[in-house]
Design a protein around this ligand. Structure first.
Ligand code: GCU
Length: 406
C-alpha cells in the first residue's frame, strides 16, 4: 500500500505493470561524459569514477560539506555481560559542535565476547531509536527521542522494532554491531535541517546542490566509522555499512563516498537507492521528491516526471562501490521499491567489477525467492514485505564471511 501523500505532480497512477515500463536508455557506466570508453581500472579511478561522483553530488544527494566540526565521543555505559553474557554493550554519546551549536547522537554498540582477534563490524542506523531494539531499561533514549515531551507516546515503547535486529544471532556469528538512530543526525522532516548536523557545517554557495538528509545520514555513518576504527576489538579492514529502505539509500551513498566500508548493503532501498529511476516502476522521482523534499538536493526535483532526462541512473551509484563488496536485497511484496529495478541496477553496476576481473552479477535473469547470488556483488529476493528479517541478516553474514574469508 502507498502510504505517502501524493501531491498534484505525483497524482499519476503508480505503475506496477511491467508492460508499462517505458523504453529507457541507461547511461553506460563505462562511457565518460566526453564519450571516451573506460577500458582500464586507471581510467575508471582517475576519470569516470570522480565524474560520476560529482554528478551525484550536484544532481541527486547534494555536496557533502568538506568543512570540519568538532566531534567528541563519550562512553556513558558499559555492560560486559549483555545479551545473556555473549556480548559487551556500550552506549557512546557523540557530540558534534560547530558554528556555536551542537548536535548529540547516541551510539549503541555490541561486541561479541567470544572472539579471536579483531572482529568485523556492522554499522547501521535504526529507525525508531536505540530503545526500540531491545527491552532493557538501561538503554538510553536516543537524543531525538529524549527531546519528546510526551513520555507516554507509543514510539517510546521499548523493543518495538527488535525483529529487525537479531542481536544474539549477529553476535553468535562473530560480528559486532554499532547502531544509532538516524534522526539524531538529521531529524526526518522537512524542517529538520536547522536541528541537524548540516547546520554545524559551512554551506555550499549553490543552494540547488546543497546536501540534505541523505547526505547527512551518509556523513554520519562515516563519523561512526571514525570511532569504530579506533576500537581495540574492531577489524578496521572489515567495516560493513548496512541500511534498510531510506537508510539503504543512505548506506549506498555512504559506501560510494567512504572506501573504508568494505561491504556495502542495501536492504529494500528502492527509489533513490538501488532501484533504477528510469524504469518508473513503483515510487518515482516525482513522488519521492514531493513526499520527502528534505532528502535529496533540490536539483533532483527537476527530474520529477522527466526520468528520461536524468544524466545518470542508480546503477552508477552502485558502481562507485567497486571493487569493494556490494549486496542488494529486495522483498517479494515490496513493489514500491521496484525489485526488478534493484536487481538490474546491481547487474549493470557489475560492468565495473568486470574491469577489475571480479565477478558481479552476470545474468539478466532475477533469481527465484531465497536463492541468493553471492559473487563480488550479491543479490537476493525473499518472500514477504518491506522489512528486515533474520533471513536478510543470514544472507548478509554469509556474504561477509565469504568476503572476509571467515
Ligand atoms: C517510504 C518512501 C521510500 C522509503 C521508505 C522507508 O515508503 O517512499 O522511499 O524507502 O519510506 O524508508 O521505509
Amino acid at each position: 500500500m502507498v502510504t505517502v501523500a501524493l501531491s498534484a505532480v505525483a497524482q499519476r497512477e503508480v505503475n506496477y505493470d511491467e508492460s508499462k515500463v517505458p523504453q529507457y536508455v541507461l547511461p553506460d557506466v563505462l562511457t565518460c561524459q566526453d564519450g571516451t570508453a573506460v577500458r582500464t581500472k586507471k581510467q575508471w579511478e582517475k576519470k569516470r569514477r570522480p565524474e560520476l561522483l560529482r554528478t551525484l553530488f550536484s544532481q541527486e544527494y547534494g555536496f557533502t560539506s568538506e568543512g570540519k566540526v568538532k566531534v567528541q565521543y563519550e562512553l556513558l555505559q558499559e555492560d560486559r555481560q549483555a545479551l545473556d553474557g555473549t556480548a559487551t554493550q556500550q552506549q557512546v554519546m557523540i557530540t558534534f559542535s560547530g558554528k556555536g551549536k551542537s548536535v548529540k547522537a547516541l551510539m549503541l554498540v555490541f561486541v561479541p565476547n567470544q572472539r579471536k582477534g579483531r572482529v568485523p563490524v556492522f554499522i547501521g542506523y535504526n529507525f525508531r531509536g536505540n530503545h526500540s531494539m531491545l527491552p532493557n531499561e538501561e538503554i538510553l533514549y536516543s537524543p531525538y527521542f529524549q527531546r519528546m515531551k510526551n513520555r507516554k507516546d507509543p514510539v517510546l515503547t521499548r523493543n518495538n522494532q527488535a525483529s529487525r535486529w537479531p542481536l544474539k544471532y549477529i553476535i553468535s556469528r562473530g560480528y559486532a554491531l554499532v547502531t544509532m538512530c538516524y534522526q539524531d543526525i538529521f531529524p526526518d522532516n522537512k524542517d529538520g535541517g536547522p536541528e541537524s548536523i548540516t547546520a554545524l557545517l559551512p554551506e555550499t554557495d549553490d543552494a540547488q546542490s546543497r546536501w540534505q538528509a541523505l547526505g547527512a545520514w551518509a556523513w554520519g555513518s562515516s563519523r561512526i566509522a571514525d570511532w569504530v576504527v579506533k576500537q581495540p576489538w574492531a577489524n578496521k579492514k572489515q567495516l560493513i555499512v548496512m541500511g534498510h529502505s531510506r537508510q539503504g539509500k543512505a548506506s549506498l551513498w555512504a559506501g560510494a563516498q567512504d572506501k573504508r566500508f568494505k561491504v556495502v548493503i542495501s536492504n529494500d532501498s528502492g527509489c533513490g537507492g538501488a532501484a533504477l529511476s528510469k524504469r518508473c516502476f513503483g515510487e518515482t522521482v516525482a513522488i519521492i521528491t514531493n513526499a520527502f523534499p528534505h532528502w535529496f538536493c533540490k536539483n533532483f526535483s527537476q527530474y520529477a516526471g522527466r526520468e528520461e532526462a536524468l544524466p545518470f541512473d542508480q546503477h552508477e551509484l552502485l558502481a562507485l562501490v567497486a571493487p569493494r563488496y556490494l549486496y542488494v536485497a529486495s522483498a517479494e511484496q515490496d513493489d514500491w521499491a521496484d525489485q526488478k529495478g534493484e536487481f538490474l541496477s546491481a547487474r549493470y553496476a557489475s560492468a565495473v567489477y568486470s574491469l577489475y576481473g571480479l565477478e558481479g552479477i552476470t545474468t539478466d535473469q532475477m533469481p527465484g525467492l531465497h536463492q541468493p547470488i553471492m559473487n563480488h556483488v550479491g543479490y537476493h529476493i525473499r518472500a514477504g514485505k518491506h522489512d528486515v528479517t533474520q533471513y536478510d541478516w543470514q544472507c548478509y553474514m554469509d556474504f561477509c564471511d565469504k568476503a572476509f574469508n571467515r
